[in-house]
Write a protein that binds this ligand. Structure first.
Ligand code: SER
Length: 282
C-alpha cells in the first residue's frame, strides 16, 4: 500500500516530469492581501501572477499547499467533526499553468496521474462540467456564461458520457472570494463504495449529494476572469489552469479506507493521543 508520503511525492514527481517547477507551500496566513485572511486554496500565492500584476517566472508550477477553510467563501467549519472527509486545515495538491497549457492538457494530466500512475479504477470516477449561468441581480452576477462544452468534449475521450455530469455555479464556477480570479471548473469525483452497493445504486446519482463515499477529489479550474467588486467579470490577461486535489481524500481512496481519519496521515497522531489520554478512538 502506498503511504501518504509516497502519494504526495508521486504527485510532485509526476508534474516535475511534465516540466513543472515544484515550489514550496505558502504560509497559511496571507500576507499583503486584505481580501483574504487565511490561505484557502493553492492559487492564493499566485493571485498577482494570475491577475497580470506580477511577471510569470515559471509558466508551469506544482506544489502541495497547507490550506485553512474557516471563513468567507470557502468555510468548512460546520462540516468538521460531522463527516469523514472535511477538515478545517488540509493539504491541497495543485498544478498551474500561467498562459501555457489549458483545458486539454490539464484534463489529460489529471487523468493520466489518477488512472495510469495511481491506478485508480476508471469505472469509479465521475467528472462534472459547468452547466452555464444566467445574469442574476440578487448575487450581482452581471454576465451570462455558456456551458463548458469544450471541457465536456475533452472528457469524452476518457470517460463514457454517463460519467460526465453538468454542475451549477455553486459547484462548477470557482471563485477565490467575493472578488478576484475565477472561472468554470471540472471536478473529479470518486465512488469508493463496496461493489455490492454500487450494483444497487448508480454512483452517478450520488455525485454532489453529500454521500461520504462518493466524493470530490480534484478540482480543475479554468481561470478566465477577474470578478470585480460590482459583480462583473473581466477577462484575465492570460488563461490560467489552477487545480487542487484534496490530499487526505486521495490518500483515503488509494489506501482503501472509508474515512480520511483512517489514513496514515492521521492514525499515528490518533494513536499517540490514545496513549497520552488513555482513551480509545472509535
Ligand atoms: N482553486 C481551486 C480549489 O480550491 C482549485 O485549486 O478548489
Amino acid at each position: 500500500m502506498l503511504t501518504s508520503k509516497e502519494i504526495r511525492q508521486s504527485f510532485l514527481d509526476f508534474f516535475a516530469s511534465k516540466n513543472h517547477k515544484i515550489v514550496p507551500s505558502a504560509p497559511m496566513v496571507v500576507k499583503d492581501d486584505p481580501t483574504l485572511m487565511f490561505t484557502n486554496a493553492g492559487m492564493n500565492q499566485f493571485k498577482n501572477i494570475i491577475l497580470g500584476n506580477d511577471v510569470i517566472k515559471y509558466p508551469r508550477v506544482a506544489d502541495t499547499q497547507k490550506c485553512l477553510r474557516v471563513s468567507g467563501k470557502h468555510n468548512d467549519l460546520e462540516e468538521v467533526g460531522h463527516d469523514t472527509y472535511h477538515h478545517t486545515m488540509f493539504e491541497m495538491l495543485g498544478n498551474w499553468s500561467f498562459g501555457d497549457y489549458f483545458k486539454k492538457e490539464a484534463i489529460a494530466y489529471a487523468w493520466e496521474f489518477l488512472t495510469d500512475i495511481l491506478k485508480l479504477d476508471k469505472n469509479r470516477l465521475y467528472v462534472t462540467v459547468f452547466e452555464g449561468d444566467k445574469p442574476d441581480a440578487e448575487t450581482q452576477r452581471a454576465t451570462s456564461l455558456h456551458r463548458d462544452n469544450e471541457a465536456a468534449e475533452i472528457w469524452k475521450q476518457f470517460l463514457p458520457e454517463n460519467h460526465i455530469i453538468n454542475g451549477n455555479r455553486h459547484d462548477n464556477f470557482w471563485e477565490m472570494g467575493d472578488t478576484g480570479p475565477c472561472g468554470p471548473c471540472s471536478e473529479i469525483h470518486i465512488d469508493i463504495r463496496p461493489e455490492s452497493e454500487r450494483q444497487k445504486v448508480d454512483g452517478l446519482t450520488l455525485v454532489n449529494q453529500s454521500h461520504p463515499q462518493v466524493i470530490e477529489i480534484w478540482n480543475l479550474v479554468f481561470m478566465q476572469y477577474n470578478r470585480k467588486a460590482d459583480g462583473s467579470l473581466e477577462p484575465l490577461p492570460n488563461k490560467v489552469i489552477d487545480t487542487g486535489m484534496g490530499f487526505e481524500r486521495l490518500c483515503m481512496a488509494i489506501q482503501g479506507k472509508t474515512s480520511n481519519y483512517n489514513t496514515d496521515i492521521f492514525t499515528p497522531i490518533i494513536a499517540e493521543i490514545e496513549k497520552i489520554t488513555g482513551y480509545k478512538y472509535v
